[in-house]
Every structure is written in structure tokens, then in C-alpha cells.
Write a protein that binds this ligand. Structure first.
Ligand code: UD1
Ligand code: CA
Length: 461
């Protein structure tokens, strides 16, 4: 049924990055550069998306797979980077026979929008041509392939920067590197692409001339240079990242999210935020993070792969990683929720409290200076200031269980494994080493000794 597939070219080294890492591995707003084009291809329904890898193929494949879990993406190897046409040729065996059209994208154009790809599809189908491509008019065409048109305005051919005559170099319209091609035309044309150019490479851009010679010149769609410009060095990488960030921030604000300072707010693609949620300056929201509605996030919070329930408040400078926070919970300021933290509705976790693999029940509170690791805490528990779960014996981690309604006095330690039954009291300053049954009082500290008038007597000799 599916008739559209995509080939995304990611085999090049990216010499101008001056990096030991392949260009497509450098990150744009938290995602590997090369995956941006892939996501757009998936959005317009291309399946499969064949990624051509070569330089650092294994690392690239690993990073992309981790970033695109579950998507119909496969990989093809281009051992030697002999040019963009050769790269497409390497991807061909992974394209099913039933595919009618192939969307070809480059891995270094992270800002393309799926609307532009949809326009490309429309242009090709309505004009009934075998090839459609996107062009742009950048401020400076240097480095790009120039689009050479004949007197009738038809695309005659594309000339790479290094092969331009002085006259051709003056052409302002350039190839953006996004193509939609009839599969049958593509496979035939690739066999006819030669290496007669200054770089001795197989140029995919030769498709334009082959289409012209076949009597069916390419259809073109124009796009703004800010959207389809390539990333070739680290300056362009940073610019692309900023542009993408502002675009996503604007989308969120239009969908009902308040950003106090969009300039300083870093929200990665894939983060979901409900309406009337307000986010303070300098926040970073990464990975598979979900915020409900009416959530308030203070300034300088870093939230990674976490979910926050409706109406919760995450106060200034809190750090959350793989944590679940229930509705109307109150977190921070300066709280640190580490992986495996699961907080039920209306839990309070205050300043300088660290949690890890901690399940905390409805309405429980740990408001000050506390470490809760490997623990299960019931509902309505009050954890006093300075409480510590001693979860590690130097070899293994052990669990602390506190039943519903337990009251923990300040400065207490639980030497795990340990269980405190529901409704019990732990006296302040206790080191608890034995299980406590329900509804009991446990004291685990030295008895106070007061020596009356001791100092008065000492002074008197
Ligand atoms: C290419 C186009 C140029 C266009 C520009 C738009 C060609 C010949 N030129 O030039 O017309 O204006 O993009 O940004 O296509 N790649 C491979 N295998 C290879 C060579 C390249 O996978 O053998 C990949 C690269 O990893 C990169 C993409 O193809 O993602 C484009 O290659 P690049 O070298 O950046 O091409 P440009 O010189 O920018
Ligand atoms: Ca490029």
C-alpha cells in the first residue's frame, strides 16, 4: 500500500566541522543532526526511511536507532564516499520494489519543515514530472549547486560551486538538496551519472540534466534559505540549533504554554506540554518529557525524560531525571529527583532533598535536606529534616519501607533493609536498625546525660 520511501544521506565526514566525530552525530537541540531530516521524512509518511551511513557507520547507526525507537528506519552502508548519487545507489537495495516515489534528503539540513516536503510531493504529482526539487536564494550562494535555467525558465542543469563558470557563479538560485523522484526514473538515471567534475564524484544533482534531456524537466518548489540551508561548520550548527529552538518555542506558546523568557528556554523536540503551563527563564526540558496542564516550572530547572502531573509546581533550580511527579505536587526549590522517583499526587519534596528509586505515596512530605534512595514510602508520611536512608552497605543496595502515616523525626537514619509499620513514630535523631511494628514509637539514640552545675564546679576547681 505504501508507495513513498525515503533515502537520507548521512555517510559524509563533514570535513568543515573539524571534528573527530561524524557531522551527523553532532547534536541539534538534543538530537543527532542527521535525525532531523529523518523525522521530517517520517512525518510525511515515507516508509521505510533508508539512512545511508559510511563515515563512523556503527556509531551513527547506534545513535540514530536510540533516537528513533520504533520508527520504520533501516540503514545502508556506503563504504567509500564517492558522491551523493553513489550514496543513493547504495541505499537502493533497501527500497522495496513496490515503492513508486523516493524522497531524497541530506543529513545536514536540520531545519526543513514537513510542510515543504508536502509541497514538494504536491508539485511533482500535479506537474507529472519524474523529478521535483527544492531551491532557495540564500544571501550568498557560495558552496551551493547553482540552478541553471533555460530561456523558458526550465531547469537545464545544476552546477556545483566548484564547477561553475564565472557567469554561472552569479546565479542566485541554488539547490537545497531535497528531491522527490520516481523510483523507476531514479534507478535508470543513477546508472547514467558520471564523474566528469572537479571532485571526481558521482553527483546526484546530475538528475536535473537527465530529466531535462528526457523532455520532462524538474518541477521546483522554493523555500526560505533559513529553512533549507545546510549545516557545514559549527557556526551554522549553532545557528540552526537556535533557529529550531525558537521555532519550537513559538509553536508551544501558540498552543497555550507561557514561556517567561523564550530566549533562554531550551525545549527539545518531543517534549509535550499542556495548556496554561508556565515555564520560567533558563529552563531546560529534554527527552521524552511530558508536562500536564497548569504546571508551574520556576527558573533554571532542568527536566529530563520525566512526567509532571497537572497543577504541579517545580520551583526554581530543581533537577529532575527520569522522574514521575503526580498532580499538584510541590517540588523544590533546589530539589534533585533522580531516576526511578515516583511521586504520587500532592507530594512535597523540598529544598536540598535528593530522591532515587523512591516511591512516595499521596500527600507525603520530605521538605528539607534529605536523601531518600531505594525506598517505598506510604501515603501521609512526614519525613523530618535531615533524614537519610542508608541504602548501601558497600556491596549491595537495600530497601527502606515506611508505612502509611509514619512520622519521622528530624535527623534520623534508616539502615536498610528496614521496614517501619504504618502509623509509627520515629524519635528525632534516631538511627533505626531494626524493623518497627505498626503504631509504635522507636527511639534509637543515646540517652541524654545532663550534669547539673558541671561548669560552675569546674571553674571553682
Ligand atoms: C550538496 C549538493 C548541492 C546543494 C547542497 C545543499 C551535490 C553534489 N551537491 O552539496 O548542489 O546545493 O548539497 O546543501 O549533491 N553524502 C553521502 N555520501 C557521499 C557524499 C555526501 O552520504 O558520498 C552526504 C553527506 O553526509 C551530507 C549530504 O550527503 O549529509 C550532502 O553532502 P555534502 O558534501 O554536504 O554536499 P554539499 O557540498 O553541501
Ligand atoms: Ca552540505
Amino acid at each position: 500500500m505504501k508507495s513513498l520511501a525515503s533515502i537520507v544521506l548521512c555517510a559524509g565526514k563533514g570535513t568543515r566541522m573539524k571534528s573527530a566525530r561524524a557531522k551527523v552525530l553532532h547534536e541539534v537541540l538534543g538530537h543527532p543532526l542527521g535525525t532531523c531530516s529523518i523525522r521530517r521524512a517520517l512525518e510525511v509518511g515515507a516508509s521505510p526511511v533508508v539512512v545511508v551511513v559510511g563515515h563512523q557507520a556503527e556509531e551513527v547507526q547506534k545513535a540514530f536507532e536510540a533516537d528513533l525507537v520504533g520508527a520504520p528506519v533501516t540503514f545502508a552502508l556506503q563504504r567509500e564516499q564517492l558522491g551523493t548519487a553513489h550514496a543513493v545507489h547504495c541505499g537502493r537495495p533497501k527500497i522495496p520494489k513496490s515503492i513508486k516515489e523516493v524522497l531524497i534528503l541530506y543529513g545536514d539540513t536540520p531545519l526543513i519543515r514537513s510542510q515543504t516536503l508536502a509541497a514538494l510531493v504536491k508539485a511533482k504529482r500535479s506537474r507529472k514530472t519524474p523529478v521535483a526539487m527544492v531551491t532557495m536564494v540564500p544571501l550568498d550562494p557560495k558552496g551551493y549547486g547553482r540552478v541553471v535555467r533555460d530561456d523558458d525558465g526550465q531547469v537545464r542543469r545544476i552546477v556545483e560551486d566548484k564547477d561553475c563558470t564565472p557567469e554561472e557563479a552569479l546565479v542566485g538560485e541554488v539547490n537545497a538538496g531535497l528531491y522527490l523522484v520516481d523510483a523507476a526514473f531514479l534507478w535508470k538515471a543513477l546508472e547514467r551519472v558520471g564523474q566528469k567534475n572537479s571532485q571526481r564524484e558521482f553527483y546526484l544533482t546530475d538528475l536535473a540534466e537527465l530529466a531535462f534531456l528526457s523532455g520532462k524537466p524538474v518541477a521546483t518548489v522554493s523555500a526560505p534559505a533559513e529553512e533549507v540551508g545546510g549545516v557545514n561548520d559549527r557556526v551554522e550548527l549553532a545557528r540552526a540549533c537556535t533557529a529550531l529552538r525558537h521555532r519550537l518555542n513559538a509553536d508551544l506558546m501558540r498552543a497555550g504554554v507561557t514561556l517567561d523568557d523564550p530566549e533562554s528556554t531550551w525545549i527539545e523536540e518531543g517534549v509535550r506540554i499542556g495548556p496554561d503551563t508556565r515555564i520560567g527563564a533558563g529552563c531546560v526540558l529534554r527527552g521524552a518529557t511530558t508536562l500536564g496542564k497548569n504546571v508551574r516550572v520556576g527558573h533554571g530547572c532542568v527536566i529530563q525524560a520525566s512526567s509532571i502531573g497537572d497543577g504541579a509546581q517545580i520551583k526554581d533550580y530543581s533537577s529532575l531525571d527520569e522522574a514521575k511527579v503526580g498532580k499538584e505536587a510541590l517540588i523544590g526549590p533546589f530539589a534533585r529527583l533522580r531516576p526511578g522517583t515516583e511521586l504520587a499526587d500532592r507530594v512535597h519534596v523540598g529544598n536540598f532533598v535528593e530522591t532515587k528509586k523512591a516511591k512516595i505515596g499521596k500527600g507525603s512530605k520530605a521538605n528539607h535536606l534529605t536523601y531518600l534512595g531505594d525506598c517505598e514510602i506510604g501515603a501521609g508520611v512526614n519525613v523530618g529534616a535531615g533524614t537519610i536512608t542508608c541504602n548501601y552497605d558497600g556491596v549491595h543496595k537495600h530497601k527502606t519501607v515506611l508505612g502509611d502515616g509514619v512520622f519521622v523525626g528530624s535527623d534520623s537514619q534508616f539502615v536498610a533493609p528496614i521496614t517501619v509499620g504504618r502509623g509509627s513514630y520515629i524519635a528525632a535523631g534516631s538511627t533505626i536498625t531494626e524493623d518497627v511494628p505498626p503504631d509504635s514509637l522507636a527511639l534509637g539514640r543515646a540517652r541524654q546525660v545532663t550534669k547539673k552545675d558541671y561548669l560552675k564546679k569546674r571553674k571553682a576547681g
